[in-house]
Design a protein around this ligand. Structure first.
Ligand code: ZN
Ligand code: ZN
Ligand code: ZN
Length: 280
């Protein structure tokens, strides 16, 4: 299953436009993999994961054909992952979308989207945007055409049901998208038992400088991400052939892409960047 990184940054992006920290300055100077849009992914050519403030730019930059998109999977409502502006234009008066698409999102996002539709006088609800809303239930698989979607509850965004996704294709290859993550509750780990992954994507928002204990809050840091990978290995989900990639990188991390790669190399973990393509 093909996975493309459309963005690999945490909320402010890198460089963060209002930030004068040395890391943002350096990222601007170095360019390339140090320039990061907000976290989002494309699976094959038919599924988007998250729709944040850079969605419009990402669709154009990566030449994504919107006519091929069948569904959007939303992780949670934080504004770096959910920005409804370019969903609202799916209202038939402003654009002419070719088909209805699935919109998988928690209750917080669905009600916020409905509110924005009404406020913009674009109809009554997400249905007016030619979206078919589905509220995923953690642990309950959904079959949507060729894709099996298993929603996994994350330990993130108190007050809403933040989701990670285990995705399986017809060819039985599995991809785990684990951002924004935190240290999962026991029932989430169980969903990964004996489910070998082709690719595991894990967040490292908190970087490589924070003490281990603090990294196990609602975000993971580098050492917690390594422990997360090890736990997936214990469960039989990460195997010798799994590509493990870290992403959702904050400018607060204080190091460049190349330095992050050096840090993770001994652990056999790759560092995500915008445009990275993985999978068969
Ligand atoms: Zn985030
Ligand atoms: Zn900065
Ligand atoms: Zn978040």
């Amino acid at each position: 299953m093909k996975l493309r990184f459309l963005g690999s940054a945490a909320s402010e992006s890198i460089p963060a436009i209002w930030c004068e920290c040395p890391n943002c300055r350096k990222a601007m100077e170095l360019g390339g993999k140090n320039i990061r849009r907000r976290t989002s992914y494309l699976i094959e050519d038919h599924t988007l994961v998250d729709f944040g403030p850079d969605a419009n730019w990402q669709m154009k930059e990566f030449r994504i054909d919107p006519a091929k998109i069948r569904r959007i999977l939303m992780t949670h409502s934080h504004i770096d992952h959910f920005n409804p502006v370019d969903l609202l234009w799916r209202n038939g008066e402003f654009s002419r979308p070719g088909r209805r698409i699935g919109f998988y999102a928690n209750a917080r996002i669905l009600s916020e989207l409905d509110r924005r539709v009404r406020e913009g006088q674009m109809g009554e609800s997400a249905h007016s945007l030619q979206l078919d809303p589905v509220e995923p239930v953690p642990g309950v698989p959904i079959q949507d055409a060729e894709l099996t979607i298993l929603p996994v509850r994350a330990a993130h965004a108190p007050g809403e049901c933040a989701l990670n996704y285990l995705l399986k294709n017809r060819d039985e290859s599995r991809i785990l998208i684990a951002n924004d993550t935190g240290w999962w509750p026991p029932e989430s780990w169980e969903l990964l038992r004996w489910r070998p992954l082709e690719v595991a994507v894990i967040e490292i928002s908190m970087g490589i400088r924070m003490p281990y204990a603090e990294e196990r809050g609602t975000h993971l840091g580098a050492r917690a991400a390594i422990a997360f990978r090890d736990k997936l290995a214990e469960l039989g989900a990460v195997t010798a052939s799994t590509r493990v990639v870290v992403t959702h990188i904050s400018h607060h991390i204080g190091v460049t892409h190349e330095e992050l790669e050096e840090y993770f190399k001994p652990y056999g973990i790759a560092v995500g960047y915008d445009g990275l393509e993985l999978g068969r």
